[in-house]
Design a protein around this ligand. Sequence first.
Ligand SMILES: [Zn+2]
Length: 258
Amino acid sequence: MFTDTHSHIHFAKEFPDIEKILERSQKAEVTRQIIVGCTPKDSYEALEFVKKYSEQDFYSTLGVHPHHANELTHEVLERFEKLAQNEAKIVAIGEIGLDYFRNLQPPEAQKQAFRLQLQLAKKLNLTAVVHVREAWEDALQILGEEKNLQVVLHCFSADLAIAKKCWERGYYTSFSGVVTYPKNEYLREVAKNAPQDKMLIETDCPYLTPQTYRGQRNEPAFVVETAKKLAEVRGVDLDLIAEETTLNAQKAFSLATL
Ligand SMILES: [Zn+2]
């Protein structure tokens, strides 16, 4: 089986055919998912989705993405805290972080929202799901200062030197469909060198469709393509990657043992 550690399958507009998608995930043995929120509203919808599909092995997160840093108010932080204390399905704070590539919010506002949510994660003893784009220096500095122990670097896209710093600190690096793109040899180098207990797989669906299906909407079943690429670059069987990444996800998000 496989765990998609970062999915946005609760986006109703992008996934009107949700039942078919769930069927395909089951068939592909992608049976566990972490469903990630990007804004307050989106986070509450992720939780509602997980509760609606309670027979599935789904979990959700609460977080405000750096693109929406201005939406992180005091009231939101309080509501996140209460929800996390009362809902067992909430397993992380995310996605949070810094994005200086699109820079939709001023860097200072991004940093402030990132810190406050890292502090909330620590207080609640929850994992932080972190998005970093062209902001590694600041992100590593803040993560170092806030000292969160459980950190998942979602859609990891930095080079091997940065990856090594992250692994030294015990962070998980999560690989997405981007690792299958022909031009991303540097990422395959990271995937090849990742400690077996620090790698995760994700789709980030509906975005970042793996090469085989490029041009289509991404969906959880396609996480197998990323796992196949990991198996190829590491010279191991797909079964082993499935087993290792599932166990790592279980640890990274403190999920029930399968
Ligand atoms: Zn995402």
